[in-house]
Design a protein around this ligand. Structure first.
Ligand code: G3H
Ligand code: ZN
Length: 281
């Protein structure tokens, strides 16, 4: 069933667990993510990035409607989140297209400009009932560069949350976007300091490059929303490649897309089991 992101994140936080938020590019991604969540019996968040909207010829409506419909017909709680939105115009469309949350991403701006733009977006988002995430301390790698040195300062993060009224904060703690190997090492001491300093749930981006034990430790340390994208695309593409390499006569996309969807389902179920286990008190 469709469930507002804020409710899913609050429940995970109360249970001492994390929740997986997976990037949707195609309808098959959304079907696989929900199937993986149903297999694991755990809630999940579907997220569509501004880049994915650009891929769909700049049109938000078709992929958003498909994801929302898949969320509504699921047997587990499924949130719908608009991710890494840099455009004010796109951010302002989120609620009307069925999203429960959106990430307003002004992380490339200088601190003061990030605060001003984000605070204004939060005011508009809240007026439409959206749960709003934003980012401080740019998580590297969105342009392919590996920038593991970037970090969020806890004191600055606390001031930023107070000044913007965001509902969740993406922080830079050692992960990097678009990694295809799981070799990232997180700064767990920093996660602990951020958790103490920041009153809202923390979000980990670039989680595909983080090994399972590091992810589990991050959740134990207080990271709640765990964003995963590239791992699904690796599973998707490996499955398609294997099908096409194995059968030169194959032309029906349903055959290899079914393999891709199944591979992504397995990836999602495994990741959710790592994240969703409540931490024993
Ligand atoms: O916002 C989405 C993510 O941060 C996903 O990053 O593709 O490196 O897993 P990833
Ligand atoms: Zn991200």
């Amino acid at each position: 069933m469709f469930t507002p992101t804020g409710e899913i994140v609050a429940a995970a936080r109360a249970a001492g667990g994390g929740v997986g938020a997976f990037n949707v590019i195609t309808v098959e991604h959304a079907e696989a993510i929900v199937a993986g969540a149903e297999q694991a019996g755990l809630p999940v968040i579907l997220q569509i990035s501004e880049n994915a909207v650009r891929f769909h010829h700049g049109r938000l409506a078709p992929i958003a409607a498909a994801a929302r419909c898949i969320a509504e017909t699921s047997t587990v709680a499924v949130g719908l989140h608009l991710d890494h939105v840099e455009s004010d115009e796109l951010f302002d469309l989120a609620a009307a297209h069925g999203f429960g949350s959106a990430m307003y991403d002004a992380s490339k701006s200088a601190y003061d400009e990030n605060v001003a733009r984000t605070a204004a977006a939060v005011r508009r988002g809240h007026a439409r009932g959206l749960w709003v995430e934003s980012e401080l301390g740019e998580v590297g790698g969105k342009d392919g560069a590996h920038a593991p040195g970037v970090r969020t300062d806890p004191g600055e993060a606390a001031a930023y949350v107070a000044a913007t009224a965001v509902d969740a904060l993406a922080v830079a703690v050692g992960s990097s976007h678009a990694m295809r190997t799981r070799t990232a090492r997180l700064d767990h001491d920093l996660i602990a300091r951020l958790r103490t300093a920041v009153p809202v749930p923390l979000v980990l981006h670039g989680s595909s490059g983080v090994p399972d034990d590091e992810l589990a430790a991050a959740v134990r340390g207080g990271m709640i929303k765990i964003n995963i994208g590239t791992a699904l695309n690796s599973a998707f593409t490996a499955a398609v490649r294997a099908d096409l390499d194995g059968n030169a006569a194959l032309v029906d996309p349903r055959r290899y897309l079914a393999s891709a969807r199944e591979a992504m389902t397995t990836t999602v179920a495994a990741a959710l089991r790592v994240l969703g286990e409540p931490v024993p008190c």
